[in-house]
Design a protein around this ligand. Structure first.
Ligand code: HEM
Length: 146
C-alpha cells in the first residue's frame, strides 16, 4: 500500500495549529531565544524597548514567507528581496542573523509543541528555513539607493 507523505506545508501547518491550540503566543520567546544567541543583534533595534507590535509583525511575515515558500507561492523571492533591502537600511546585512532568527523560531515552536513535534515536523521546518536563507544569500548584497 502506498502512503502519501504529508508535505512540508502540511507538517508546518499542523505544528502551528498545535501550538496555537495550546494558547501560546510565541513572539516573546522567539525574540528571547534570538537575543540569547545573538546579543549583538539588539543594536539594530533602534528603540530601547522594541515595539512589541513590530516584533509580532516581523514574526508573522516570516511565518507567512516560510509557509508560502513551502507551498510554492511565486511571490516569495520578490518579497524576500524587498525585505532584505529594507533590512539593509536598518543595518541588518549579515546572513547569519537571518539563520539565527529563523533557528530561534524553529526551536521555540519545537519547545512549545512538545510531543506533537515529530522528526518529520522538524525536518520540514529545517528544510524550509535552509531554503529561505539560501534565497536571501543569493540576493545581490547591495545597499539601497539613498
Ligand atoms: C526573513 C526574516 C525576516 C523577516 C520576514 C522580517 C520582517 C520584518 C518586517 C515585516 C518588519 C517591519 C515591522 C513593522 O511593521 O514595524 C521588520 C522590521 C525590522 N526587522 Fe526584520 N525580518 C526578518 C529578519 C530580521 C533579522 C534577522 C533582523 C536582525 C536583527 C531584523 C531586524 C529588524 C529591525 C531592526 C526592524 C525595524 C523595526 C524595529 O526597530 O522594531 N529582522 N522585519
Amino acid at each position: 500500500m502506498t502512503q502519501v507523505q504529508p508535505s512540508d506545508f502540511d507538517l508546518m501547518d499542523a505544528s502551528l495549529d498545535g501550538v496555537a491550540e495550546k494558547g501560546f503566543d510565541i513572539t516573546e520567546d522567539v525574540y528571547a531565544a534570538f537575543f540569547e544567541k545573538r546579543p549583538d543583534a539588539r543594536q539594530y533595534f533602534k528603540f530601547e524597548d522594541i515595539d512589541p507590535q513590530g516584533q509580532g509583525r516581523m514574526l508573522t511575515e516570516l511565518l507567512e514567507l516560510l509557509q508560502d515558500q513551502a507551498r510554492g507561492r511565486l511571490h516569495v523571492r520578490s518579497s524576500v528581496r524587498t525585505i532584505a533591502a529594507d533590512h539593509l537600511s536598518y543595518g541588518v546585512a549579515a546572513l547569519d542573523l537571518y539563520t539565527d532568527f529563523i533557528e530561534a523560531l524553529r526551536t521555540t515552536l519545537r519547545d512549545s509543541a512538545g510531543e506533537a513535534w515529530t522528526p518529520e515536523t522538524d525536518a520540514a521546518w529545517r528544510r524550509q528555513a535552509e531554503r529561505l536563507v539560501k534565497t536571501i544569500g543569493r540576493l545581490p548584497a547591495k545597499a539601497p539607493a539613498a
